[in-house]
Design a protein around this ligand. Sequence first.
Ligand code: IMP
Ligand code: MG
Length: 176
Amino acid sequence: MSGDPAIGEILVPADALTARVAELATEVSRDYAGRDLLLIGVLKGAMFFLSDLMRRLDVPAQVDFMAVASYGSATRSSGVVRILKDLDAPIEGRDVLIVEDIVDSGLTLQYLLRNLAGRNPASLEVCALLIKPERRKVDLRTRYVGFEIPDRFVIGYGLDHGERYRNLPYVAALRE
Ligand code: IMP
Ligand code: MG
């Protein structure tokens, strides 16, 4: 796969991912001490981020998953979201932290936040590995952010293009 011409410039190298995830885990551990933390991983893109983050947490934490698909072209979401897999258990009264790979327009996350808020968690926050500030269409509070990146379509560390490239150990721009 290295040598694949679709893999462009490396925007976040593997060592920077490791270091930043450790910092985020420290922040989350501090903020959620003595609380009832439930991580909700958004499949599939957040899988590496979630597992790296969770294993570095220094507080008790549980995990559940949702899978969503946003309609739209391969590289642009429409904001119309379909739940492919819902949570296993209710979140009422829990301190919920949504763990997302990337917030682009924010439409997918806006949908998720509204949907989960309706289930009466004690608190609801977002931890996103990547955000693209230039492309944000809706105002959302992302409590924890790994990296701000420019308006490029990115692959690797869980992020895909047509289900490929998730297993790259770094985040790279897609060369189209
Ligand atoms: P949004 O609804 O525009 O914020 O897009 C959210 C979803 O689109 C993310 O959770 C990703 O699954 C996908 N996505 C957005 N930008 C990228 C990217 O640059 N690479 C890979 N997936 C992306
Ligand atoms: Mg996603």
